[in-house]
Design a protein around this ligand. Structure first.
Ligand code: HEC
Ligand code: HEC
Ligand code: HEC
Ligand code: HEC
Ligand code: HEC
Ligand code: HEC
Ligand code: HEC
Ligand code: HEC
Ligand code: HEC
Ligand code: HEC
Length: 292
């Protein structure tokens, strides 16, 4: 008896939230009475399906049926427009800046917005918004998940310099195909190593180059401190092994200008530093990095 009473109270408390739409909203079903094709395409498309299948519990609880909220989250409250259809009383979003058109996304995707601000501050500062990389979902996307362009060219329009670096003689390529940017970068962070690229230059590399992961008994400090990019250009380089300098000795001597006297640098044999210091990525048994 007590239990069912409590349940009834809980239900009554939740009912307005489950059923209710904000004031001035009418819901997707109402939009569909006139925009049948657009609504159908949206609901059957990847965004509508994702909303129906994967809406987080808290979103469902707080906002009722997420799908019913979809159109007006982006286009704004539609009651006035439904009563008097005109393009003047609805946010058409045609020709709007991507930032303006994306303002509705964060009603449901707070995590991605936070991730964008935290993980790629450059993007946040420059006002890069969701719809610079994504599409809303009225029509089929160029790639999953709801991407505006194929993955291989997603970042190209704004990052010509980095894209070109993948054509340098020594670069991260599979044959002629450059690595996708998302092999190392994460657009809005996450808990994976890929999301930490800005803070930690080593993490994204050792997911593939696992044998370079530490810790070592005798680490080489620049690797542990600055990460792989202390010596390698991550995208590509004119130099073998994607090194940041034209030759190995040049790279080493910049940080070690005072090598022990027996290093006769006029002799080519001594300029091949890694011939002797083979454990440049750190050693398990030799503080002078002579053996791995
Ligand atoms: C009673 C019918 C009706 C309903 C209901 C309705 N619309 Fe419209 N809508 C129209 C008509 C008609 C136009 C075109 C008006 C014009 O061109 O002047 C339009 C235009 C639009 C446009 C601009 C399209 C363009 O080409 O620029 C958007 C966006 C839009 N509606 C979204 C919605 C949304 C979202 C809902 C639900 C909240 C909705 N509409 C509900 C009839 C309706
Ligand atoms: C995630 C945000 C978002 C959602 C959700 C959304 N739209 Fe749109 N809509 C846009 C944007 C942005 C445009 C501008 C054109 C474009 O980029 O596709 C647009 C354009 C339109 C247009 C005019 C162009 C066209 O395709 O006919 C109509 C009509 C429209 N939306 C109706 C709807 C309806 C109805 C729904 C719900 C089923 C809906 N939209 C859901 C963002 C959204
Ligand atoms: C009414 C709530 C709502 C709005 C507004 C909304 N989304 Fe979503 N979206 C969802 C839900 C729910 C999911 C499924 C769960 C998830 O992936 O987070 C989803 C999934 C996605 C996905 C993954 C799709 C897939 O195929 O896995 C992308 C990308 C996305 N949304 C981008 C956007 C962008 C960009 C906007 C704004 C233009 C937007 N969303 C606006 C609720 C919404
Ligand atoms: C619409 C343009 C645009 C697109 C698309 C874009 N970027 Fe950016 N990106 C920028 C701008 C602008 C900056 C800031 C540059 C600056 O501050 O000098 C930036 C900065 C960055 C930075 C530097 C880190 C930071 O936070 O400062 C990284 C890394 C980056 N972008 C990666 C990417 C990747 C990966 C993609 C594709 C998934 C991408 N960008 C897509 C415009 C874009
Ligand atoms: C610089 C390009 C870029 C921007 C800006 C961007 N995204 Fe994404 N988004 C991606 C890529 C790429 C993926 C696929 C993730 C992957 O494969 O690592 C993705 C994935 C997603 C997903 C699927 C779940 C997840 O987190 O992986 C959602 C939801 C999403 N984005 C929403 C948003 C929203 C909302 C915004 C704006 C606050 C936004 N995105 C801004 C590129 C971007
Ligand atoms: C193999 C991993 C990897 C791939 C693939 C990759 N990046 Fe990077 N990227 C990095 C690392 C590591 C840094 C940090 C470099 C540093 O700190 O010196 C970086 C830095 C950047 C920066 C900031 C540059 C600056 O001067 O601050 C941008 C922008 C960027 N990458 C864009 C891209 C784009 C666009 C692509 C795809 C065309 C891409 N990256 C592919 C690893 C990668
Ligand atoms: C997605 C997996 C992946 C990631 C992430 C990755 N790499 Fe690579 N890397 C490869 C592959 C595959 C090759 C090509 C190996 C070959 O040709 O034998 C390669 C080649 C290299 C080479 C040249 C090796 C040679 O023998 O010429 C260097 C140096 C290198 N990577 C450093 C890095 C650094 C530094 C990072 C982090 C910024 C990184 N890699 C991230 C997969 C990856
Ligand atoms: C102190 C400079 C330095 C740092 C830091 C560094 N490397 Fe290297 N790396 C080199 C040099 C020099 C070579 C060329 C070795 C040779 O000529 O045999 C090389 C070669 C490589 C190669 C190709 C040959 C091999 O040994 O497999 C890969 C892959 C590589 N590095 C990955 C990485 C990764 C991943 C990191 C970060 C975890 C890293 N490097 C950090 C200097 C460095
Ligand atoms: C970015 C700077 C940097 C680069 C590049 C660099 N090192 Fe180092 N290396 C250090 C630092 C810092 C230490 C710690 C010892 C110190 O403070 O001198 C160290 C330690 C060493 C040691 C151990 C001996 C000692 O003094 O503790 C050897 C051997 C060594 N490096 C060889 C090399 C070789 C060979 C190269 C080129 C492949 C190289 N280093 C490139 C910064 C660098
Ligand atoms: C022919 C082998 C050989 C070559 C080539 C060589 N080294 Fe060494 N290096 C050694 C040996 C052996 C030691 C250790 C000496 C000792 O134990 O005191 C050493 C020690 C060092 C130290 C540590 C100094 C100290 O006492 O802290 C540095 C730094 C160093 N080398 C840098 C370089 C650089 C930079 C190059 C390339 C320009 C290079 N080495 C080339 C054999 C070599």
């Amino acid at each position: 008896m007590r239990k069912s009473l409590l349940a009834a109270i809980a239900f009554l408390a939740a009912a307005p939230l489950l059923a209710g739409l904000p004031k001035g909203w009418v819901g997707l079903d109402t939009c569909a009475t006139c925009h049948d094709d657009t609504a159908k395409a949206f609901v059957r498309g990847p965004h509508g399906r994702a909303m129906a299948e994967r809406a987080p519990k808290n979103l469902l609880k707080l906002q009722g049926n997420v799908l019913q909220r979809a159109c007006e989250s982006c286009h704004g409250p539609g009651e006035a427009h439904a009563n008097d259809p005109s393009t003047k009383n609805i946010r058409t979003l045609k020709g709007a800046s991507t930032a303006e058109a994306s303002s509705g996304c964060v009603l449901c995707h707070a995590a991605q917005k936070a991730g964008l601000a935290m993980r790629t501050p450059g993007h946040a500062r420059a006002g890069i918004a969701c719809l610079d990389c994504h599409v809303p979902g009225h029509a089929a996307p160029a790639a999953e998940p709801l991407l505006a362009r194929p993955r291989a060219t997603l970042c190209t329009p704004c990052h010509a310099t980095e894209t070109a670096q993948f054509s340098l003689p020594y670069a991260h390529r599979n044959g002629a195909t450059p690595f996708e940017c998302t092999a190392c970068h994460s657009a809005h962070g996450g808990t994976t190593a890929r999301g930490r690229i800005i803070e930690d230059g080593q993490a994204p590399c050792v997911t593939c180059h696992t044998e370079k992961a530490g810790p070592r008994v005798y680490p080489h400090p620049p690797l542990a401190i600055e990460g792989c990019v202390a010596c390698h250009s991550p995208h590509g380089s004119p130099n073998p092994f994607q090194l940041t300098r034209a030759s190995v000795s040049q790279l080493c001597l910049e940080c070690h200008p005072d090598t022990p006297a027996f290093h006769d640098l006029s002799k080519p044999a001594f300029r091949g530093c890694v011939n002797c210091h083979a454990a440049v990525h750190g050693s398990q048994r030799d503080p002078m990095l002579l053996h791995k």
